[in-house]
Design a binder for this molecule. Structure first.
Ligand code: PLP
Length: 381
């Protein structure tokens, strides 16, 4: 049945109803403007319940966290990085900015995250790190990826941009790699308009990371009373999330379970009703109890059919969206680096369509959407 709304948006950023009064209460304090003030510290504590340690640093974005990770590894021109092509430009830029050579690995046939067999084919003596993107907040082929990194002594970086609050078995995503980056951008399950975090799981990188995050200085030693002044000790950037955004993020993090549970429920309803479309050559993602319900997608057999669905759904007031255009086919990469063929990645680039999934999507809107998709599947093929 058509819901009482003319438009179902693809996404609406989460805003807790008490946020405005909370901001009003805290904004008049000078602490609200302090660098690494009380809310910055509080986020570290809040996230440590999930990460199980406090080596987690709120950053201005996930992009920034990835760039700091590349600095921590001291990536130099000619170093090779293995990564998926089915990802956002930030995953690659962090390393390209330091002169790295990108070695794109293909994704799995049934899910757009790294295929361990393809990863193995990209390893050379110059391989410095593997960047593992948790598409839609789900980790796949986990055992194999961890084994490859261990066996070949490759540093593992998790691009957990979409994975806040997601698990693999009982382990939080973001704690599997040496370094990890998460996003609190408005498009993610929960956030502060724009923000991120760098997680340093491997203690050998901790001190360097703190220098790079603080403009290349040893400010943390000064703050901890270990030196009387701080000075320039390494290269660096400003990787500190501003305190007003920390305040918003800290307030929202209290509702992480509630937000993720609602999304998981919506995800499973989609899955239950739409996975039978496999009979019509329309695939869905894979069910995963540890996922955080970030993305629900349909995978069509080609771009033309995918776009037909997208346009027909817009006519019904339903906004859907495609996702990544593979980086290896992008103007920037293909002009400078030549031709790479990644069949599975191209399949997802051509066929994937994301359905509305956000905290404010009502049950009746979702059912309407599902009915419209089922109806379209009778006429488009
Ligand atoms: C896989 C991936 N990595 C990194 C980013 C960058 O995140 P941010 O917008 O927080 O910089 C995104 C953005 O959506 C992403 O999808």
């Amino acid at each position: 049945m058509k819901p009482n709304t003319s438009h179902i948006p693809f996404n609406l950023p989460y805003i807790h109803p008490d946020l405005p009064s909370f901001i009003k209460d805290v904004a008049s304090s000078h602490n609200f403007f302090r660098n690494q003030g009380p809310f910055y510290q509080k986020i570290k504590q809040q996230l440590s319940q999930w990460i199980k340690h406090t080596n987690i640093f709120p950053t201005p974005s996930c992009t920034n966290a990835l760039e700091i990770a590349a600095m921590v590894l001291d990536i130099k021109p000619g170093d090779e990085i293995i990564l998926p092509s089915y990802t956002f430009s930030s995953t690659a830029n962090a390393f390209v900015l330091r002169g790295a050579v990108l070695r794109f690995a293909d994704v799995l046939p049934h899910f757009p995250s790294l295929d361990p067999l393809s990863v193995k084919q990209q390893i050379t003596i110059r391989t410095k790190a593997l960047v593992w993107v948790h598409y839609g907040g789900q980790a796949t082929a986990t055992k194999e990826i961890l084994e490859i990194c261990k066996k070949h002594n490759i540093v593992l970086i998790e691009d957990a941009a979409q994975a806040i609050g997601a698990y693999h078995n009982d382990t939080s995503l973001g704690t599997l790699g040496d370094l990890s980056a998460i996003s609190f951008h408005e498009t993610k399950n929960l956030g502060c308009a724009q923000g991120g975090a760098l997680i340093v799981n491997n203690p050998i990188f901790l001190e360097k990371a703190m220098h790079h995050l603080q403009c290349g200085t040893n400010r943390h030693d000064f703050m901890g009373g270990k030196t009387s002044a701080y000075t320039w000790v390494n290269k660096g950037s400003n990787g500190i999330l501003a305190e007003p955004l920390c305040a918003i993020l800290s307030f929202h993090l209290e509702y992480l379970d509630e937000v993720n549970n609602r999304r998981r429920k919506l995800w499973h309803t989609y899955y239950q009703h739409l996975s039978p479309l496999a009979d019509k050559n329309i695939q869905t993602g894979i069910a995963d109890s540890g996922g955080n319900g970030h993305i629900f997608y349909l995978l069509f057999s080609n771009r033309k059919i995918r776009d037909q669905y997208k346009n027909k759904l817009i006519d019904k007031g339903i906004q859907t969206t495609t996702h990544y255009e593979p980086l290896h086919k992008s103007p920037f990469f293909s002009i400078s680096q030549g031709r790479v063929v990644l069949p599975q990645t191209e399949k997802f680039g051509d066929g994937l369509l994301r359905l509305p999934l956000h905290h404010y999507l009502k049950d009746n809107e979702q059912m309407y959407l599902i009915e419209e998709i089922m109806r379209l599947s009778q006429s488009i093929n």
